[in-house]
Design a protein around this ligand. Structure first.
Ligand code: SF4
Ligand code: SF4
Length: 736
C-alpha cells in the first residue's frame, strides 16, 4: 500500500512543482526585464521590520477590522498549517510519522486544529463579504467591481478543500492509531472528525487516511499551480513587494524624479536615450512590474478613490489590473518568444478584430485588446478606445494624486508614482494633456505662478497690516523663512490666511522673514501634471534663492501655509541637494499655543469640523496639530450644544480629497459629480458652522462647493469655510 502513497503523493507533487516552477521562472524573467529600480533593497534591517509588521503582523489589512481579521486568520492559519503539510508528506513515507522534537506536543496539535477552524471562519466571512459586495447587484459601489470574481470563489473553494482533507485524514489517523498527537481532545477538531468517522470501522478509516493524506497533498499542489497562474500570485509576491517598497512608512510625500535606465534624468543635459516617463509597459521598472503582478484585486483602493466615488472612470485598482494584464499579454513580445509586428502592420485594422474579455467593465482599458495578439505589442499605453489604449486619458487625468489608494493598499502598491510617470510621458513626449492646464503651465514658465499674476505684486498681501513684514535681506537675522506660496500671495481667500499667520507669528514674537518677489512657484502643479521640465526649472531657481537667503546656516527653517509647497520644500528639494526643516503653519501655531505664546480666549460658536488636506495629512502624516488648535478654540469655550469639534465620516488617513490635487485645480471636472461638492456635503452633514481647512486649494474648492450649496438653498448662510489660522486668530483676538 505504501508504494501507492509514494507514487501518487510524490509523483503528483513533482508534476505540480514542475508546472509551477516553469511559471515562476517565466515570471522572474518578465519582472526582471523591467528597468532598474535603485535603492529598493537598501536599509535591510528597517525593511525586515516593515515585513514583520505588514506581512507577519498583517498591520495594513487589520485597518479594516472584519475582512482584516478574516485575512489575518487565514494567513496565520497557513503559516501554522505548514506543519500539517510536513506531517502529510511524512505520512506518505511512514504512517507513524511525526515532526521531530515538537511533533507530539499536544499544544502543537491544538494550534494546528485551532487555525484550521480559524481558516474556516475566515472563509465563511469572505463568502459573506463577497455576497454582500457582489458587483452584479451593487455595481460600481462594490469594491470588487471589475475584479475577477470567479477566480476569487475558486480560491475560497480550494482553501476549503485544504482544510476539509486535512481534518478528514487527521480524524482517520486518530481512529487508526497513527495520529502524532494521540487521541486527546487538544486536537479538538480532528478528534470531533474522528468521532464522526469511527462508526465506519478500522478498515474504512485506514482507506480514508490514505485517500485524504494524498488528497491533501494533491489539493495543495493544485492550489500552488492555481496561485502562480492567477491573481492569487500575491500570496507569493506580496512579501517581496512590501520588502522593496519605496518608503518604509507609506510611499507618499515626495515624488521620485524621472528615472531613465536607473538614473535620474538630468534636465540640463539629458542623455540621447533617456526616456521621459512611461510611454510603454516595458518602460516601467521591475518594481513597477512587481506592483502590477502583486495586486490582489481587493478593491480597497477603489473604495477610497475620490475620482471613482464621484462617477469618474478612474479606479486605481483597474489601472493596476490593466497594466498587469497588458504586461502579461505583451510578455511574449518582451521576452522574445514571439516576434514583434513590424511598423507596416496596421494597428487600426488589428483593433477592429478585437473583442471584449469576459471580466471587462467599461472603465477597464486593457480588454479593448485582450490576449497576446499582435495589436497588444503595438497599442499605446495611454489612449482612447478608438486608439486601443490600455489606460484611457480620462482615467489618467482624473487622478488628484490624493494618495488614498497608496494609503489603503495592503500590499504597498505605488499607484501615484505610476500615474504621474504615465502623465510625464504624455506631457513631455506626446504633448497630450487637457488643454486648459496648458494655460497654467505657460503662466508658470513666464510669470512663476499658475495664475499669471504680475510677480511684482507678490508682497501685496502685506499692505494694510499694522506691523512691518520683514523681507530677507532687510533683517539681520530671522528664525523662519515664511514661504507664502502663490495662492497665499495672489488668491484673495488664501491671502486672508497669509495675513492671519503673519499676524499670529508677529503677536507670538516669532522672528520670520519673507522672500517677497524673490519667491516663485515651488513647481508642485507642474510636477503633478507631469511637466518635470517646468518643475526642474522653478525648483532650481528656488533652491538658489533659498540657499542665498540662509547663507551658511546649517539649520534652515521654513514655515509654509500651503501643504503642496510644504511637501515640495520638505521632500522634493532634497533630491536637488537642499535640506530644509519645513514646518506647516498649523504645526508651528500649535507649538505656540502649547507654550503659551498665543492664547485663544474666545470660543468658536456653532461647531467646527476639519478637512484634512491630502498633502498635509496622508502625504506627510500631519493629522494632530490642526486638531489640537481647533480643540483649544472649541472645547474650552463650548457653551451650547453643537459648539464643539466634530469629525466628518472620512477623516485623517481616510480623509476625502477636495478635488484640487494633482493639478486638478487647473483642469475642468467634466465627468461625474464634483469632488468638492461631495466633500462639502459631508462637512455640512456634521452640522458644524465652521468648516476649517489648512490648505489654500482646499479652501477654494470647499468654498466653491459651499457657495453652490448655498445658492441651491442646501446650506445655511452662516456656514463658512476658513483656514485653521483664521479661526485661531479670531479666538486670540477675542472673536473680533
Ligand atoms: S491618488 Fe487619489 S485620485 Fe488618484 S487614483 Fe489614488 S485614490 Fe484615486
Ligand atoms: S488596494 Fe492594492 S491590492 Fe487591493 S486592489 Fe488596490 S492596488 Fe490591488
Amino acid at each position: 500500500m505504501m508504494w501507492w502513497r509514494l507514487i501518487i503523493g510524490l509523483g503528483g507533487s513533482a508534476i505540480a512543482l514542475a508546472i509551477a516552477g516553469r511559471r515562476v521562472w517565466w515570471l522572474y524573467k518578465l519582472i526582471s526585464s523591467g528597468q532598474p529600480a535603485p535603492g529598493r533593497i537598501a536599509d535591510i534591517p528597517q525593511r525586515l521590520m516593515t515585513e514583520l509588521r505588514e506581512v507577519i503582523g498583517q498591520q495594513r489589512l487589520l485597518r479594516w477590522s472584519v475582512p482584516g481579521f478574516a485575512h489575518a486568520f487565514t494567513f496565520w492559519g497557513f503559516l501554522v498549517l505548514g506543519l500539517t503539510i510536513v506531517e502529510a508528506y511524512g505520512a506518505v513515507f511512514d504512517k507513524d510519522f511525526h515532526i521531530p522534537l515538537i511533533g507530539r506536543w499536544a499544544v502543537v496539535g491544538f494550534l494546528e486544529d485551532f487555525f484550521a477552524v480559524a481558516v474556516l471562519a475566515g472563509l465563511a466571512t469572505f463568502a459573506v463579504l463577497r455576497r454582500r459586495q457582489d458587483p452584479a447587484k451593487i455595481e460600481r459601489s462594490s469594491r470588487f467591481y471589475g475584479s475577477h470574481i470567479g477566480a476569487a470563489w475558486q480560491i475560497l473553494g480550494m482553501i476549503f478543500l485544504v482544510i476539509l482533507t486535512l481534518l478528514l485524514y487527521r480524524g482517520a489517523q486518530i481512529n487508526t492509531g497513527v495520529f502524532p498527537f494521540g487521541d486527546s481532545w487538544w486536537a479538538f477538531a480532528s478528534m470531533a472528525t474522528a468521532k464522526v468517522l469511527a462508526p465506519l470501522g478500522h478498515g474504512a478509516n485506514e482507506a480514508i487516511e490514505t485517500i485524504f493524506v494524498l488528497a491533501q497533498i494533491l489539493v495543495i499542489m493544485v492550489f500552488l499551480v492555481i496561485v502562480v497562474y492567477s491573481k492569487h500570485l500575491h500570496i507569493a509576491l506580496a512579501p517581496i513587494n512590501v520588502l522593496t517598497k519605496r518608503d518604509q512608512v507609506v510611499a507618499l510625500g515626495g515624488l521620485p524624479p524621472i528615472m531613465s535606465g536607473g538614473k535620474p534624468v538630468n534636465f540640463e543635459d539629458p542623455g540621447e536615450d533617456d526616456v521621459f516617463g512611461k510611454g510603454k509597459i516595458e518602460d516601467f521598472t521591475w518594481k513597477g512590474m512587481l506592483d502590477f503582478a502583486t495586486c490582489t484585486e481587493c478593491g480597497r483602493c477603489q473604495s477610497q478613490c475620490p475620482a471613482w466615488n464621484t462617477g469618474k472612470p478612474l479606479s486605481p485598482k483597474l489601472v493596476i489590473m490593466d497594466l498587469r494584464d497588458h504586461l502579461f499579454a505583451k510578455a511574449p513580445y518582451l521576452l522574445g518568444e514571439t516576434a514583434k509586428p513590424g511598423p507596416e502592420v496596421d494597428l487600426k485594422a488589428l483593433l477592429r478584430e478585437t473583442h471584449r474579455d469576459e471580466h471587462s467593465v467599461p472603465e477597464a482599458g486593457y480588454p479593448r485588446v485582450p490576449g497576446s495578439v499582435p495589436a497588444q505589442a503595438l497599442r499605446p499605453l495611454v489612449g482612447t478606445a478608438e486608439e486601443g489604449g490600455v489606460i484611457d486619458p480620462d482615467v489618467l487625468w482624473s487622478c488628484t494624486t490624493c494618495g488614498a489608494c497608496v494609503e489603503q493598499c495592503p500590499v504597498d502598491i505605488e499607484h501615484v508614482d505610476h500615474i504621474v510617470d504615465m502623465r510625464r510621458y504624455q506631457v513631455l513626449v506626446e504633448s497630450n494633456f487637457p488643454a486648459e492646464a496648458g494655460v497654467m503651465l505657460r503662466n508658470l514658465e513666464t510669470k512663476g505662478n499658475p495664475w499669471g499674476a504680475p510677480p511684482n505684486t507678490r508682497a501685496d498681501w502685506t499692505k494694510g497690516l499694522d506691523f512691518p513684514v520683514p523681507r530677507v535681506g532687510e533683517v539681520e537675522d530671522f528664525e523662519y523663512l515664511f514661504w507664502v506660496g502663490c495662492a497665499g500671495a495672489f488668491d484673495d481667500g488664501a491671502k486672508k490666511t497669509t495675513r492671519a499667520v503673519a499676524t499670529l507669528l508677529h503677536e507670538a514674537g516669532v522672528s520670520f522673514a519673507v522672500l517677497g518677489e524673490g519667491e516663485t512657484c515651488t513647481g508642485d502643479p507642474a510636477r503633478r501634471m507631469g511637466n518635470e521640465f517646468v518643475y526642474q526649472m522653478l525648483a532650481a531657481q528656488n533652491v538658489e534663492t533659498i540657499n542665498e537667503a540662509f547663507g551658511d546656516r546649517v539649520t534652515k527653517k521654513v514655515v509654509a501655509t500651503c501643504p503642496h509647497c510644504f511637501n515640495t520644500l520638505a521632500n522634493e528639494y532634497r533630491q536637488l541637494g537642499l535640506d530644509l526643516e519645513v514646518i506647516h503653519h498649523t504645526q508651528l501655531l500649535a507649538q505656540l499655543v502649547a507654550s503659551g505664546r498665543l492664547k485663544p480666549v474666545s470660543p468658536v460658536e456653532g461647531g467646527v469640523t476639519y478637512h484634512d488636506p491630502c498633502y498635509l495629512g496622508r502625504h506627510n502624516r500631519v493629522f494632530s496639530p490642526p486638531r489640537e488648535l481647533l480643540a483649544t478654540v472649541t472645547v474650552d469655550g463650548a457653551t451650547a450644544e453643537g459648539d464643539g469639534f466634530v469629525e466628518m465620516g472620512r477623516f485623517a488617513e481616510r480623509s476625502f480629497c477636495c478635488g484640487a490635487g494633482g493639478a486638478r485645480m487647473w483642469m475642468e471636472e467634466r465627468i461625474g459629480k464634483r469632488i468638492n461638492v461631495e466633500r462639502v456635503e459631508e462637512a455640512l452633514g456634521t452640522g458644524a458652522k465652521t468648516i476649517a481647512a489648512a490648505c489654500p486649494f482646499c479652501l477654494t474648492m470647499l468654498g466653491d462647493g459651499l457657495t453652490q450649496k448655498k445658492s441651491a438653498g442646501e446650506a445655511q448662510a452662516e456656514v463658512e469655510v476658513v483656514d485653521v489660522a483664521t479661526v485661531l486668530l479670531r479666538s486670540v483676538r477675542g472673536g473680533a
